[in-house]
Design a protein around this ligand. Structure first.
Ligand SMILES: Nc1ncnc2c1ncn2[C@@H]1O[C@H](COP(=O)(O)OP(=O)(O)OP(=O)(O)O)[C@@H](O)[C@H]1O
Ligand SMILES: [Mg+2]
Length: 350
């Protein structure tokens, strides 16, 4: 094997911040080895597209150096409805090898992109309700998107060894840290600056995924418009820091209006989920991403959806050495949910 099994970093390249997590497998589980977060300038990555690769590479190199990363291998992820398609379909029963040979043909009718342009993967989920059929999860990712992200990672000196999907990384994070609840529907909801990733688990098995292009940038833009302030000052307000000439009460009103917009989008996904599952309810929301840290968003989401919301604790079952600043970790934990999920993946994983 080319790379040591232990030395893979999980790298979540978000449009607002890059998150880097390295775990070590121990006898009892996992230990945190490295953690780094770097806020990047706006407009380097827009709607999941890397517009300014050179600056992203610089930020990545600096983060790798500051975090003292020695590992060379990285697991990264992509997401977004315009480049990732995840479909659950019923296919005639066949072996994994047979499906491997036929996947292009089978996938073609379900994937709205040119089949030549995507990288395909699948997972056989089990027997379908119909005779002689089986349920299969098909995942198609635009090769362009993979190349775009893999190139910046390579240019920053790491070797991409696994390319994952945000929604699946969240699921891995969940499996590591939470007890599966039989018969319950748990919605993993990750809301960053420009994207919402949702993965709904039924008894621990993913039954629904959806990405939407909405996120915390809505808040930043609304604050900039309302108070005629810079991007940097709007970000300060979101973090609860004061900005001259802007009253705290006025900030809440603007934030609340943007919260409603984001919650409407989450609700839309939940409606789709209900439509595809005989109107089942969601029992709990596990919220991650920067929006989990933004003011009263989590409690408003709970109020509006009528579902209990817990903020994700991706480090719950990870041994954290005393050398880490616990107070800092408590503050940032929800934003590293995807990166932790990625850090659990290993070279040679599918
Ligand atoms: N402590 C905080 N308080 C308030 N808002 C925060 C805090 N930390 C991050 N945010 C906001 O959360 C967003 C960043 O979250 P996150 O790191 O999950 O996004 P990302 O992964 O970079 O973006 P993308 O949506 O493109 O994946 C930004 O909009 C930022 O302003
Ligand atoms: Mg993100």
């Amino acid at each position: 094997m080319l790379f040591g099994k232990k030395d893979t970093v999980g790298l979540d390249i978000g449009s607002n911040q890059i998150k880097l997590v390295q775990l070590k497998e121990t006898k009892g589980g996992h230990r945190l080895e490295r953690l780094g977060i770097a806020v990047i300038q706006p407009e380097l990555i827009v709607d999941g597209s890397i517009l300014d690769a050179a600056h992203v590479v610089d930020a990545l190199k600096e983060l790798i150096s500051n975090t003292d990363i020695k590992a060379k291998a990285a697991t990264l992820s992509v997401s977004g409805h315009s480049s990732v398609i995840i479909k659950r379909v019923s296919l005639p029963q066949m072996t994994e090898d047979e499906l491997d040979e036929q996947i292009i043909f089978e996938a073609e009718q379900y994937i709205p992109f040119d089949i030549e342009d995507v990288s395909l993967d699948f997972q056989i989920l089990g027997l379908a309700e119909e005779d002689n059929m089986m349920d299969v999860l098909i995942v198609a990712v635009k090769k362009d998107k993979i190349n775009e992200y893999a190139t910046v990672v390579r240019d920053a000196g790491l070797t991409p060894v696994v390319v994952d999907i945000d929604a699946f990384a969240l699921e891995n994070m969940y499996e590591l840290n939470y007890e599966v609840k039989e018969g319950e529907n748990i919605a993993l909801v990750n809301i960053g600056a420009s994207m919402i990733n949702i993965n709904i688990l039924k008894g621990g098995i993913s039954v629904f995924t959806r990405d939407s292009s909405v996120g915390g940038n809505l808040l930043t833009e609304a604050l900039q418009r309302e108070f005629t302030i810079s991007y940097a000052n709007a970000e300060k307000l979101k973090h609860g820091e004061p900005v001259e000439g802007v009253a705290k009460e006025d900030v809440s009103a603007v934030l609340d209006a943007s919260f409603e917009e984001i919650i409407a989008e989450v609700s839309r996904s939940f409606d789709y989920f209900r439509d595809t599952t005989n109107y089942e309810n969601i029992d709990e929301i596990i919220l991650s991403g920067g929006m989990a840290l933004t003011g009263a968003f989590a409690s408003m989401l709970s109020d509006r959806s009528g579902v209990n919301v817990s903020v994700a604790s991706p480090l719950k079952n990870i041994d954290v050495p005393d050398t880490f600043d616990r107070e800092y970790l408590d503050k940032v934990e929800p934003v590293i949910a995807v990166a932790v999920g990625l850090a659990m993946r290993r070279v040679g994983d599918k």
